[in-house]
Design a protein around this ligand. Structure first.
Ligand code: ADP
Ligand code: MG
Length: 386
């Protein structure tokens, strides 16, 4: 029964992809906060259309600029409402799809609020894991699922484990030698989570680690990309086969990548020097590499420049083929932020308003394999939580 259901869902998915592509760009506008001050600088510069939830208008230097995205969330949108629009994407990783959700925007625009949220009002990360657990429990009679999580950070193009014992160690990205075209990171800790309590433990652990290792977590997190990688592996109890987007009988699984990106503000232009400048250059480079990759994928170009940054290389197999991507562009509504808001919305439009090219054979076939780059040793097995 589940197999038929999956085939049907896959058919619907293929049809949607053919029509709209598999990349969505949402916008979320945070409320005006105390930090915005009280004067004209804190005046609201963003307005919405009552009858079109995909449009927003920005008042910039006396002119109104309008943008159309796939969906726009106004300041009053709750975490729950946002998650409702993301749910289907999250659960598709149970069916073997790879999914990426990015929060993009200048520092203070609400990226972390959307992904992590607060204890009272959790964001996408926690809601996604909770939903995965309840979905998987519902199928437990026929399917044996394993859910694991990893947390990593990319700072100055160096990748490090946020859950590991050796946090300072720089990790490398390698191609699986099994010919699947999947990438993996030897040494990246993978915790097997079996309950909501387990997730909370993992989140706390990762968070405490980041707090104790940084003199200023806010500053540090605005200059690094934070990734939460959730892998869902399913085993059909009756046949012993695993599920993947490509069908049955394969040995791969679905991955959900939840990414809180580094701040997109243009630091380099304000005369930064030394390490500040280096950080800014790395951030600019990786964010534009991400934009280029999404642009190339959406326009179905033959060559996709995954290798131009650690971030896109790490996420290569979750961005290509029949993977699904959501870019959540966060903006501030305050007058003083309008030039950064404009930049973020232009980024959003650039990756969205691409003409969809013809569906390539590769995209139809599913996974993106490049076996000629085979390297590294076999995937290391990592310890479950102690
Ligand atoms: P970023 O991660 O992009 O630097 P934060 O998520 O830390 O930004 O948000 C900056 C501030 O704005 C925080 O105090 C956060 O709680 C608040 N904030 C952001 N988005 C919202 C929202 N949608 N509703 C309420 N408060 C928000
Ligand atoms: Mg943040």
């Amino acid at each position: 029964k589940y197999r038929r259901e999956l085939q049907l869902r896959k058919k619907c998915h293929n049809e949607l992809v053919r029509l709209k592509g598999n990349i969505r760009v949402f916008g979320r506008v945070r409320p005006i906060t105390k930090e915005d001050g009280e004067g004209p600088e804190a005046a609201n510069a963003v307005t919405f259309d009552a009858d079109d939830d995909a449009v927003l208008h920005l008042l910039h230097k006396g002119k109104q600029v309008s943008f159309e995205l796939d969906k726009v969330f106004p300041p009053q949108a709750s975490q729950e409402e946002v998650f409702q629009e993301v749910q289907a994407l999250v659960t598709s990783c149970i069916d073997g799809y790879n999914v990426c959700i990015f929060a993009y925007g200048q520092t203070g625009a609400g990226k972390t609020y959307t992904m992590e949220g607060t204890a009272a009002n959790p964001g996408i990360n926690q809601r996604a894991l909770q939903l995965l657990f309840s979905e998987v429990r519902g199928k437990a009679a026929d399917w044996d699922y394993t859910i694991t999580v990893s947390a990593a950070e990319i700072y100055n193009e160096a990748l490090r484990d946020l859950l590991g014992k050796e946090p300072q160690e720089k990790l490398e990205i390698k191609l699986c030698p099994d010919g699947s075209g999947q990438l993996y990171v030897p040494g990246l800790t993978e915790f097997r989570v079996q309950s909501v309590e387990d997730i909370n433990k993992v989140f706390e652990f990762g968070h405490i680690k980041r707090v104790t290792e940084c003199t200023n977590l806010n500053e540090h997190s605005s200059r690094s990309h934070a990734l939460l990688i959730v892998t869902v592996r399913g085993l059909d109890r009756s046949t012993g086969l695993r599920t993947t987007a490509a069908g049955f009988g394969c040995v791969s699984s679905g991955k959900l990548n939840l990414v809180d990106l580094a701040g997109s503000e243009r630091v380099g232009r304000s005369g930064a020097e030394g390490s500040r400048l280096r950080e800014a250059q790395h951030i600019n480079k990786s964010l534009s590499a991400l934009g280029d990759v999404i642009y190339a994928l959406r326009s179905r170009q033959g060559h996709v420049p995954f290798r131009n940054s650690k971030l896109t290389y790490l996420l290569q197999d979750s961005l290509s083929g029949d993977s699904k991507t959501l870019m959540m562009v966060q903006v501030s509504p305050a007058e003083k932020n309008t030039s950064e808001t404009l930049c973020s919305l232009k980024f959003a439009e650039r990756v969205r308003s691409v003409e969809l090219g013809p569906v390539s054979r590769k995209a139809e076939l599913g996974s993106w394999t490049s076996q000629e780059h085979l390297e590294g040793d076999s995937p290391g097995s990592t310890a479950p939580p102690g």
